[in-house]
Design a protein around this ligand. Sequence first.
Ligand SMILES: [Fe+2]
Length: 276
Amino acid sequence: MILAQITDLHVRSPNLPSHFQFEPVQMLKNAVARLNGLKPRPDAVIVTGDLVDCGRPDEYELLAETLAPLEIPHYLIPGNHDHRDNLRETLRSRHPYLPETGFLHYVVEDYPLRLIGLDSTTIGDDKGLLCDERLSWLAARLAEAPDKPTLLFMHHPPFRTWMREMDALNCRNGDKLRALLADHPQVERVACGHVHRPIQVRWEHAIASVSPSTAHQLHLDFEEPLTGYTLEPPGFLLHLFDPEDGIISHMVQINPFPGPFDFHPTARADLRKDLV
Ligand SMILES: [Fe+2]
């Protein structure tokens, strides 16, 4: 199975003044084209939050329009820039796995890797939280399939990244999620967004990771508070799953680049033949 992860699309309404030095809708179109062109094509795509920039219904309409050409099943969860009810009301007819009420989390059972989407958002607060109600829901879902390899996906990382400003806005009670995972070795990966950089960490028995954004990346700085964003190449992750190997993740850059070029192995062998 091949699972793609795109994140932090930040689709912004054309009816709002833009403060960006980039065009998130065009960048998402580029990501969709890159995903559709992959061979083999991924089986599914998870979209780990900050789907839009301001949580407005017109932004969710624009998001749906931009994702419509994506020829791969895709699953959405909210981030701190999203608005839970606007997302649900605008997109649920096209994404019927989204619950009718309450938190926007769900299980996808259609693949050899079980996918659990978690809603870590808090209305009116950029920080993430998995409250007791959400942790209880997750505990019940994990208890249903203790032997099936599982990937959790959520917007806010529940672990420290050393990006100071973002760590202040991560999932506030990651320790509780970590304690829950300790009883569920079937969870192989916790796939997150929010930090707009590629990050990996061993977390309990699992690997936890952050995908780069399809749009802007955050400036890498471990000393100063957040100093802004950069136009480093946008990207996404491909999580390849095989029951024997587990999950193998690759980072993919979205924009075109030169290559591939031939290694000319014969010429190299000629140059090395006199070496002892
Ligand atoms: Fe974001």
